[in-house]
Each structure stands twice: as C-alpha cells, then as structure tokens.
Design a protein around this ligand. Structure first.
Ligand code: NAD
Length: 487
C-alpha cells in the first residue's frame, strides 16, 4: 500500500483552536512546502489577547469538566478513546504532518502518528496508578504527600517531528489532570490542529486543549510569560530555551521543562562490530535529513578503523536520493526552509575554510525545494565550527582517537549533553565509558530511542532541563503537596 498523496488536494485546518472551535484571525505568517519551496498558505499569529482567550478557555474547561478531580479511570478512558481516533485517522494526520514538514508521509503514517497514539496510551495509564506517599511521622500525626496538577500548562513544540512532539507534551499533561495551551511551530501547525480536533471528537472536554498559532517572540513569549500558565514545557533550540528562561524570570516564577539542542557523539572503539556500527551511525544521522535533536553527528572512531568506517559512511551518504515528503516510498528528506539550508551551508563552508576535508557532500542538491547533500567532514578539531555548533542538517564530523580517555574527552562537548552512542563488544569498557559521558542518554551498540516510552529523555548542560517521556514526564506535570494532620 502506498501513502503518496497529491499536495494540491489537501484541505488544511487553519486558525487558532480555542475552546473547541476555530477562531478566525488575520493570516500573517507564511507556511511553505520545503519539498518544492512553494507558498502553501498563511496562518494567524496569536497576540497576548489570543493567548488570554486560550488560557481562559482552558481554565473554564477545567472548572466545568472537573477534569482534575473526576475518577482517574475516566481520564484513562477518554485518553484511550483519543488514541483510538488518532489511529483511525492516521492517513489524514500523516498528510497534514508531511505537507509542510520534512517528514515523509509513509514514515509519518506508520511511525510518527502511531508513536503519538502509543505515547498518549502510555501516559493515560499513569492517571489511575501513580500515587502519592504516606510519610513516616509520629503516631499521633498523619503525614502524606499528594500529587496535584498545575492547572494550565503552556507547551511549545518544534517543526522537526511536529505530531509526536505534541504527543510528548499533551499526553502527560492531560493524564496528570491539566489543561494545555500549545503553540506548534509556525512552520508545521496543521497536524497539531487536527490532533486537538480529534481529542474533542473523542470526548475530551472542549477547551482542555487549545492551540494558538504564531511565532516565538510574540505568541510563544505571551504563553511562557502568562501569569495563569503555571508550568511551561518546551522543545526547541537552546537559543529559544534561553529566551524562555529569561522571560519566565522576568514575568513570574514557574517550573519549566526544556528539551533543547544537541551535538551528540557516536564513539566507535577498536573492538566494535564495524558493519553494525556503520549502519547505526548512518541511521543516527540521515533520517529527517539530520533534523533530529538526538542526531549523532560527531563520529569519533579509533584510528585503526577510521578508513574502513569512513568508506562505509560515504557509501551510505551517497546512496541517499531526495524525494518530496508526499512521495511514498520515502526518499531523503528536505531541509525545513531555504533559510535553514543557507545556515547549514554557511557552517559547512566555514568548517572547510577552517581546515576540514569534505569526504562527501558539501552542497545543496540541484533540484527544486531545499535539499542538502549528506556531508561528512574529517580533519576537524574541537575548534572547528562544524564540531562546535548544532547544525541541524545532514552533516557529520569525523574525528579519530587512540585511547579510551581521548575518546571520552572528545565526546564530552563543552556546551551540549543530549545523548551519545557507544560501539564496543567489551562490556566493561561500555559501562566505564557510559559512566564518564556527560549526557542525558547513552545508547550502546544501537542509536535511537526505543518506542516503549518508559525511558525518560532529556539533556544535560545546555541540552535542557527536566525530562520528557517516562514516569518522570508524568510527575513533571504535577506538583507535590505535603500534608500533616494532628490526630
Ligand atoms: P526553535 O527554538 O526555533 O523553535 C521551537 C519552538 O519555539 C517554535 O514553536 C518557535 O516558534 C518557538 N519559539 C522560538 N523562540 C521562542 C521564544 N523566544 N519564546 C517562546 N517560544 C519560542 O527550534 P526549531 O528550529 O523549531 O527546532 C529545532 C531545535 O529543536 C533544535 O535545536 C533541536 O535540537 C531542538 N529539539 C530538541 C529536542 C529534544 O528532545 N531535546 C527534540 C526536538 C527538537
């Protein structure tokens, strides 16, 4: 079965989705299709007043539905019904995901949409199982710790995996008893809008999920600084994460979860299974044209395997054939925008000017749309821009080492600490190196998350604060209350 579609036939939901209905507003922001560079449509840019409306709708929904205080199993049932509908509407969601993003429709259909549904199911099951605690107080007292929702959670998501990033935020926040005001990326809003519509069709209270469209500096800042938004959950760049911290510091104190950028290493030791390592490394860089937070774009290899690994990676990189995101089977993904592609190229050219050897790639594909060739840069030092900066494109650097200590020193990036891959057949070395890595996640002899959602994900250093996924993400959407009663 093919999931290919004709982009000219698709009907787009458009407008802020507040209180269970679309709110009309002037269309101010252009949305393009990166597969061919065309203008798709314009969308509104929510201002403070729009965000106020969304927050009020969320508060009304909480008050009128009793979402936080209904029998927890009711929340579980409602969230499973939503997941059922997401699965039933997977074709439409996948098309809305693919039309303006870098996600190929077939992968979105069998991957991203299904993952979103299972994330919601995963978090739903915490609603009636996660408990507070009884405290060991003296016999004439009763002390306990209860977990309660925040109320209205503000969520902001990026463009690289729009629907599953929305699932990361909405699943735990709703399961924990909150309402949400969510701003998707201005480049990829449509699948998130439809996701919210489906929630209401599945029986979730109107206004529990409100989607405000817009940009970061105006709409995003109105959300993060809103006095009635009690917690912020953000996924995006480290630059925007810093701006959000600053805005929150100035507008009122509130907790935040920040999932930010990365510059993750993949370390190949001399005893690694070379074929497997090469395959994992390529699959850790190339999908979504490297526009993945966890992309393992710094390849570190023991000098004894360097030539053989470089040859395998060049072969894998050169095999990529670009295709529009509405084609199926999938081809190599476009870069999200022409501007982002120029940024990628400028870092590659700066890296070459600083002494890098370009083993393959190093320029855009000659075709319509924004497609950049998979690029491998060797002969780089830690000062090289391609090693220092998150590129967020199909560009990897290639460095060699002689000892485990040298590998660890190269792997620990001064700025980022999102994740790392370790390839070795020596269990003791795997554990020793894992312990020394300054990252929130380490994968050994594989690269990438499993899809059971139980392992929390989140960065160290400038890669973030707090976790998405896992029990930690559910708990991060509640606050604890300590109660002490004299009996
Ligand atoms: P971005 O930071 O430019 O935008 C992300 C979202 O934040 C968008 O919705 C944007 O409108 C909004 N935003 C921008 N500035 C803001 C501000 N000042 N206040 C409030 N909101 C603001 O990121 P992007 O280009 O959409 O996504 C790519 C980045 O996301 C990369 O750095 C990538 O590593 C990161 N990312 C991280 C993870 C993770 O789990 N750590 C996952 C996916 C993406």
């Amino acid at each position: 079965m093919t999931f290919a579609f004709d982009p000219s036939t698709i009907s787009l939901p458009n407008g802020h989705y507040i209180g269970g209905r679309y709110v009309d507003a002037p269309k101010e922001l252009a949305v393009h299709t990166p597969s061919d560079g065309r203008l798709l449509t314009d969308i509104p840019c929510g201002d403070q007043e729009t965000v106020n409306q969304a927050v009020n709708a969320a508060k009304t929904a909480l008050r009128e539905s009793g979402w936080a205080t209904v029998t927890p199993r009711e929340r579980v049932k409602a969230l499973h019904a939503w997941a059922d509908l997401i699965e039933a509407e997977a074709n439409t969601l996948a098309q809305l995901e693919a039309i303006c993003s870098s996600r190929p429709v077939g992968q979105a259909r069998v991957g991203d949409v299904g993952i979103t549904a299972t994330q919601i199911r995963f978090f739903a099951e915490f609603a009636d199982k996660e408990c507070g605690a009884l405290a060991p107080t003296s016999g004439d007292q009763l002390g306990f710790i209860s977990h309660e929702p925040y109320g209205v959670v503000g969520a902001i998501t990026p463009w690289n995996y729009p629907i599953s990033m929305a699932g990361w935020k909405l699943g735990p926040a709703l399961a924990a008893g909150n309402a949400v005001v969510l701003k998707p990326s201005e480049m990829t809003p449509f699948s998130t809008l439809y996701l919210a519509e489906l929630a209401e069709r599945a029986g979730l209270p109107k206004g529990l999920i409100n989607i405000v469209l817009g940009n970061g500096p105006e709409t995003g800042a109105a959300i993060t600084g809103h006095p009635d938004i009690a917690k912020v959950s953000f996924t995006g760049s480290t630059r925007a994460g810093s701006a959000i911290m600053e805005n929150i510091a100035q507008s009122g104190i509130k907790p935040m979860t920040l999932e930010l950028g990365g510059k993750s290493p993949q370390i190949v030791f001399a005893d690694a299974d070379l074929d497997k390592a090469a395959d994992c490394i390529a699959r850790g860089i190339l999908p979504n044209a490297g526009q993945t937070c966890v992309a393992g774009t710094r390849v570190l290899v023991h000098h004894s395997l360097a030539d053989a690994l470089a040859a395998k990676l060049v072969t894998a990189f050169d095999a990529q054939k670009p295709a529009a995101t509405w084609d199926d089977p999938a081809g190599f993904s476009p870069i999200i925008s022409a501007g982002q592609m120029r940024r990628i190229d400028s870092i590659v050219q700066a890296s070459i000017a600083a002494g890098a050897d370009c083993l393959t790639g190093g320029q855009a594909f000659e075709r319509p749309g924004s497609y950049y060739q998979p690029t491998l840069l060797s002969g780089v030092t830690e000062e090289n821009p391609a090693v220092k900066e998150e590129i967020f494109g199909p560009v990897a650097t290639f460095q060699t080492f002689d000892s485990d200590d040298e590998a660890i020193a190269l792997a620990n990036h001064p700025t980022y600490g999102l994740c790392a891959g370790v390839y070795t057949q020596d269990l003791s070395r795997a554990v020793r190196v894992t312990r020394a890595l300054e990252t929130g996640t380490v994968w050994v002899n594989r690269y990438g998350r499993s899809y059971d959602h139980i392992l929390p994900t989140g960065g160290w250093k400038s890669s973030g604060i707090g976790k998405d996924l896992g029990r930690e993400a559910f708990l991060a959407n509640q606050r604890s209350k300590s109660v002490l009663i004299d009996l």
